[in-house]
Design a protein around this ligand. Structure first.
Ligand SMILES: C[C@@](CO)(OP(=O)(O)O)[C@H](O)COP(=O)(O)OP(=O)(O)OC[C@H]1O[C@@H](n2ccc(N)nc2=O)[C@H](O)[C@@H]1O
Ligand SMILES: Nc1ncnc2c1ncn2[C@@H]1O[C@H](COP(=O)(O)OP(=O)(O)O)[C@@H](O)[C@H]1O
Length: 314
């Protein structure tokens, strides 16, 4: 039996370029891995079977569309072996929340099955398989902080000092990632800027944001937080503005929608502030629940193997 821990992400910068002819958008996507995460356990099985527990478990598909099941099949096909595994997801990452929970489970299943099947697949090969599963999956393997170019899959790790404290406000109900990208395109057309890659420049990382990360400066990072999908998420879910305002009123240094939303992310100065902002957000009635957490943390990694040996839990 192998258990893998995998982080959720927040995009501290999400620069979105124009729509490409393949239906994706070029991004300058600064991913940041947080301790809020899922655990995926792999055991010897017959075929691929899947179970899931956690508060949002009823929202997780347990068929072949699940990214963990797809990852197991993809890795087996890559090595020309039968995909025999029982997968279990202990889910803490909000579903359809803009925190890449499905992508995290896909990355975790790659790592868990690789260990269960004794394949020792080199990381560059795992990253290629991850990119086939989805734009966000390679980052869940890597963790830390990284700039994702292309559709987000071309990763460059970024230097970061110390740690940052975060609060995530979880909404009732998710938002569909393709629907939010479509709304972003629609808003751009309505504003007259055009929405295709011919109309808009390729986005790039903000030097002030990169410096704030490298310096470990939460005040500077808060000032540089930016998400080009935020207007689209707010257009589809206007009530998110109340949640962002409630967190800022409770003392957060900065706030933004996490990726395609609807989870809202709040950067705070320390662990005590995180606790206070999480409590204020939960009491505000503007979200379902709020979690205090921190980062950056490692990408998908084995925490327990068959003999019960444990690795680092962060
Ligand atoms: C927006 C981001 C930010 O990190 O994540 P979420 O906030 O949803 O977690 C990602 O770009 C989501 O990545 P992921 O959820 O893996 O998307 P994919 O499965 O690759 O693509 C789903 C759909 O989203 C749109 N898409 C995705 C990535 C991209 N660079 N441009 C796009 O237009 C496309 O419509 C695509 O068909
Ligand atoms: N392992 C998984 N966990 C959650 N959702 C999954 C998983 N595999 C596939 N999905 C599908 O992916 C959709 C997006 O979920 P998720 O990855 O949690 O959100 P987001 O793309 O907003 O970060 C879900 O609505 C669900 O249908």
């Amino acid at each position: 039996m192998i258990t893998v821990r995998v982080p959720a992400k927040v995009n501290v910068q999400l620069g979105v370029g124009g729509l490409r002819s393949d239906g994706f958008h070029d991004l300058a996507n600064v991913f940041f891995a947080v301790a809020l995460g899922d655990e995926v356990t792999a055991r010897q099985g017959v075929g691929v079977t899947l179970t899931c527990t956690g508060p949002d478990a009823s929202l997780v598909p347990l068929d072949d569309t699940n990214l963990a099941a797809r990852a197991a099949r993809l890795l087996a096909a890559h090595h020309g072996i039968e995909p025999n595994v029982e997968l279990h997801i202990a889910k803490a990452i909000p579903v359809a929340g803009g925190m890449a929970g499905g992508s995290a489970d896909g990355a975790a299943a790659l790592v868990a099955c690789d260990a269960l099947w004794n394949r020792a697949t080199p990381l560059p090969e795992l990253l290629t398989l991850a990119a086939e599963l989805g734009s966000d999956v390679p980052f869940a393997l890597l963790g830390g902080v990284a700039l994702g170019r292309g559709r987000g899959e071309l990763l460059e790790p970024l230097p970061v000092s110390g740690g940052f404290h975060w609060v995530f406000a979880v909404a009732d109900g998710g938002l569909s990632t393709p629907a939010v990208f479509r709304e972003c395109d629609r808003l751009r057309e309505a504003a007259g800027t055009g929405s295709t890659e011919a109309d808009l420049p390729t986005p790039d990382a903000d030097p002030a944001l990169l410096a704030a990360l490298a310096d470990g400066d939460p005040v500077a990072l808060a000032a540089a937080l930016a998400n080009d999908l935020q207007a689209a998420a707010l257009s589809l879910r206007p009530a998110l503005a109340d949640c962002l305002a409630a967190g800022l009123a409770a003392g957060a240094l900065g706030a933004l929608v996490s990726g395609s939303g609807p989870t809202c992310a709040f950067l705070v100065k320390d662990a005590a502030a995180a606790q206070a902002v999480a409590e204020a957000l939960t009491a505000s009635g503007t979200c379902r629940t709020a979690h205090a957490t921190y980062g950056p943390v490692r990408g998908a990694h084995v925490i327990t193997s068959a003999d019960g040996e444990s690795g680092r839990a962060d």
